[in-house]
Design a protein around this ligand. Structure first.
Ligand SMILES: Nc1nc2c(ncn2[C@@H]2O[C@H](COP(=O)(O)OP(=O)(O)OP(=O)(O)O)[C@@H](O)[C@H]2O)c(=O)[nH]1
Ligand SMILES: Nc1nc2c(ncn2[C@@H]2O[C@H](COP(=O)(O)OP(=O)(O)OP(=O)(O)O)[C@@H](O)[C@H]2O)c(=O)[nH]1
Ligand SMILES: [Mg+2]
Ligand SMILES: [Mg+2]
Lengths: 280, 292
């Protein structure tokens, strides 16, 4: 961006376009650009490289989760129960496979629960990931009640002494009240069977999603509480800039990013690299 | 809708006899906000506004019609036109068999949409046959098979140790054997920047010679919609676009972005997870959603 440009209006327009194209969103982009214009006018920022450096630092700061704001970590619970949620096709099932692999490499024993009892071949898909990551696996033996699977999964996790249980859920649009009610019930059943569960609720967001991701995060968080975000498909051309707004306004940390379809294509979120990619 | 957003603009334009550069620019600022909030790509927004502006400028105001309302009407009607004007159908004309190739990014809804299309065609009296050429995603083939059972449409048995080209050839064979007149080919989701996967898709297309190449896109896609649609169009081509997950609270600006950069007609929309939740694309309905 503007490698040899001069600090003028057309450069600021170009910068605005970079942010908008990265799905940063209109409101946030407008605020950022207006603040920059004011700083430039006040001679606080005098050159293009200074502006770029400044805005990168600002965005990094915004998207870096304030550790002080974080809830006391329940990451040391045994067993640790993780609930994975998100809209259709975001990458939940695949992310669980990757997460399972990561945990197994760290010596944890893992149980994957096929909580998507609705979609065609959903349980088969997760079962493949359980096999690939050498994790234990449970699916519904009959019927289509995800709460029943989750109930059995919690029981099995405790009886077999697993360290972690990760529950997959069916994709659902946040605007569907009955599906959000189903999710609340899944959480209730979990916490009734094991107080404190789910210790982590991961919202999986597709990085190609536009501003709708903000209402996804808001509504999923209001319904059952989200403890972290996984941003998938960052190996594509989308920048996922919408998470800047989400971290800023909802105080939800981005824990991981998905960078491919293979079992080890999951990385911890790195604010510096994330922001740098926006300006590539 | 845009009219509410325009209230301030409408007030300022009251009693004018002509739409001028200044008052039209005023109105265009509101349109820009509406379109960007709806996820329409910034470059597409610029083109759309420039076009509407030139249509509006110099237009005489109509007696009894607020100039602001007149601009709203121009914006709305122009948006409907850019989105395609009217509904667009599948190209199934002519005797003999048709091959439909489904393409798109990961998770956009291809497999589910393949089944939706097959169910629709069966209802319309065709003899559809489905096949999955997705040998990568775990249980992708099973997924299409289960859907096929649900809608009572035959699905060719394929396995993950076949490659897509062999599957293409076998499918054409099977189509003749079973006397099916429409073959729907599901493919693996892929990134437009994945050379190897795009080459594979291109080779599959050469073997199938499809009459329809349907680009299945997630309606909640943001600014990136132009990049992926353009790349798929340039490298593979597309004869139709299907927007999925329109049953949400999605404004659907991706529709305008995709249509603008590819010129490809948007033919259908997915409005739910069930195979019956599938509709024709109506530009006028979507225009209203995008403008908010
Ligand atoms: N390129 C890329 N593809 C991904 C990534 N994560 C998931 N996918 C792909 O996205 C598609 C959807 O992934 P799933 O795991 O089935 O998504 P899901 O959220 O479980 O979908 P539903 O259960 O149907 O709602 C699959 O083709 C995955 O391989 C990623 O980080 N990068
Ligand atoms: N709400 C809603 N969900 C949809 C719609 N179309 C598809 N889905 C869901 O979106 C998710 C992904 O659909 P798939 O058909 O697996 O997507 P795909 O493009 O085949 O995915 P890959 O093969 O991994 O690239 C599933 O949960 C579907 O049920 C739709 O119109 N509305
Ligand atoms: Mg899934
Ligand atoms: Mg598929």
């Amino acid at each position: 961006v503007g490698a040899h440009a001069k600090l003028d209006d057309s450069f600021m327009d170009e910068l605005e376009e970079v942010l908008l194209s990265a799905d940063v969103g209109l409101d946030l982009t407008t605020r950022i650009i207006e603040n920059l214009r004011a700083d430039v006018k006040a001679n606080l920022l005098k050159t293009v490289p200074e502006v770029i450096e400044f805005i990168k630092k600002e965005l990094e700061k915004t998207v870096t989760f304030d550790e002080e704001e974080k809830q006391p970590s329940t990451k040391n619970s045994k067993p640790l129960v993780v609930l994975v949620i998100g809209v259709n096709g975001a990458g939940k099932t695949t992310t669980i496979g990757k997460l399972s692999f990561k945990l197994k490499k760290r010596g944890k024993s893992v149980l994957l629960a096929a909580g998507d009892t609705f979609r065609a071949a959903a349980a088969d898909q997760l079962e493949t990931w359980a096999e690939r990551s050498e994790a234990d696996f449970i699916r519904s033996n009959s019927g289509s009640d995800p709460s029943a699977v989750v109930f059995d999964a919690v029981k099995l996790t405790v009886s077999r002494g697993h360290d972690v249980m990760i529950a997959d859920t069916a994709g659902r649009l946040h605007s569907k009240v009955n599906l959000m009610e189903e999710l609340k019930k899944i959480k209730r059943i979990m916490s009734r069977e094991l107080p404190g569960a789910p210790h982590e609720t991961l919202l999986v967001l597709d990085s190609t999603t536009g501003q709708n991701a903000v209402s996804q995060a808001k509504i999923f968080n209001e319904s059952i509480g989200v403890t972290g975000i996984v941003l998938t498909k960052l190996d594509g051309t989308a920048k996922g800039g919408v998470v800047i707004n989400i971290v800023d306004t909802l105080k939800l940390p981005v824990q991981f990013i998905g960078i491919g379809e293979k079992i080890d294509d999951l990385r911890p979120f790195n604010p510096k690299e994330f922001v740098a990619a926006i300006f590539e | 809708g845009l009219s509410q957003r325009f209230e301030g603009v409408v007030k300022r334009l009251q009693g004018l006899h002509k739409l001028t550069e200044e008052n039209v620019s005023d109105a265009m600022r509101e349109v820009r906000i509406a379109l960007l909030e709806a996820d329409v790509n910034i470059s597409v927004v610029k083109d759309f506004i420039a076009n509407v502006k030139s249509l509006a400028l110099g237009m005489e105001t109509i007696p009894g019609v607020q100039p602001g309302q007149q601009i709203v009407k121009i914006v709305h009607e122009n948006l409907i036109q850019v989105l395609g004007g009217d509904t667009a159908n599948l190209n199934l004309t002519g005797r003999g068999s048709t091959v439909i190739l489904m393409t798109g990014l990961q998770g956009s809804g291809k497999t589910t949409t393949t089944a939706k299309l097959a169910a629709m065609l069966k209802k319309q009296g065709y003899r559809p046959l489905m096949v999955s050429a997705d040998v990568y995603r775990p249980a992708a083939i099973e997924q299409l098979g289960v859907l096929g059972e649900q809608i009572d449409v035959p699905t060719i048995k394929t396995t993950t140790d076949m490659n897509p080209e062999e599957i293409g050839r076998a499918a054409l064979e099977e189509m003749t054997q079973l006397n099916a007149n429409v073959l729907l080919v599901d493919t693996a989701g892929r990134l437009a920047i994945d050379e190897q996967m795009m080459n594979e898709l291109s080779k599959l297309k050469d073997i199938l010679q499809p009459k329809e190449i349907l680009f299945v896109a997630d309606s909640m896609t943001g600014q990136d919609a132009v990049n992926t649609a353009r790349a798929f169009n340039e490298q593979i081509g597309m004869t139709g676009v299907i927007l999925t997950k329109m049953d949400g609270d999605i404004r659907g600006g991706a529709a305008l972005s995709i249509k603008k950069v590819t010129g490809t007609p948007i033919k259908f929309i997915g409005v739910g997870e069930k195979t019956s939740q599938f509709e024709q694309f109506h530009p006028d309905r979507i225009a209203g959603r995008i403008l908010g």
